[in-house]
Design a protein around this ligand. Sequence first.
Ligand code: NDP
Length: 331
Amino acid sequence: MAMTSSTRFGPSLRVISGPEVRALLPMADAIGLMADVLAALSAHRAHVPLRSAMPVGPGGNRLGLMPGVLEHPAVFGIKLLSLFPQNAAAGLSSHLGLVALFEAHHGQPVALLEASALTAIRTAAVSAVATRLLAREDAGDLALLGAGEQAASHLEALRLVRPIRRVRVWSRTPGHAHAFAEIHGVEAVDSVASAVVGADIICTLTGAREPILLGDQVAAGVHINAVGACVPTAAEVDPALVVKSRYIVDMRASAEAEAGEYLTAMEAGAIAPDHIAAELGEIVAGLKPARQDNGEITLFKSLGLAAEDLAAAQFILDRARALGVGQSVQL
Ligand code: NDP
């Protein structure tokens, strides 16, 4: 029997643009989705190896590869990213690329999604999951360190999980903090210290390679989402803050390989491996406690996982199919 091109090459591939990703993945849905996939990951129902990255030229740009497999939904795939930290100066995201999604019954590629919008949303949604579980119930004073793409998505996400009443933003280039403040109706400040004094929630969202947030700047009861610094040679927070925090990670193996502040504190003998109190998914699943008292300092180290990208991609694809959004391409 002659095979048609569709039986031979599989169904069409749906191509979904950045604006479509944004329209199809509202932050509130993303937060629920990330809670579920983090719990699946900690229960070994989602599988990701450590990601890899290779230099592209001599200027610090890299090609990032993040593969993964989910059991429910049964999909697999990879996020392919160009990591170009200086891109903001050209008006471009520092994380450009694609999520390639495959279904796991016959292994057919089913979607290609723009990755920077997806990354911005899913990363902030993960921090919102951490904040919902770890910040004090009444936490309303937010400090954003960094004024880029992640700062904007974190502002949106954290407003959904806590009654945020005051927001201060700091950035290395003061004009960027002021521009962000104007767009978002928040307060710009000119130092990290003046952003974090009295804050209940602090997010570090920068490309810093050396600590910008120090242990002695953080008061009892604060929750921190440490989101930038995703390679072992970089850290946004100092070892003193790691030591005084209840330290929670997205995935143990990633933190042990990639979290600069954790590795530095370990090398100094300031902490032992059991300093990683939990994976966030274990807290979501109720296997480990959320915030234990109002005085505890909690620090969630986000490194970012392909499982998060794939879960978001499948959700977006389902909605794109239902609404007829995206372009179908026959491979
Ligand atoms: P942007 O390029 O949009 O913004 C970067 C921000 O970091 C700007 O505020 C910039 O300051 C600041 N910055 C850059 N270099 C330094 C430095 N050496 N010291 C202090 N501040 C610096 O990036 P994004 O918002 O997209 O990403 C922010 C961070 O989050 C990056 O490190 C990125 O790799 C990481 N990330 C983490 C993810 C995760 O899952 N954990 C996912 C995606 C991103 P200014 O422009 O004012 O000079």
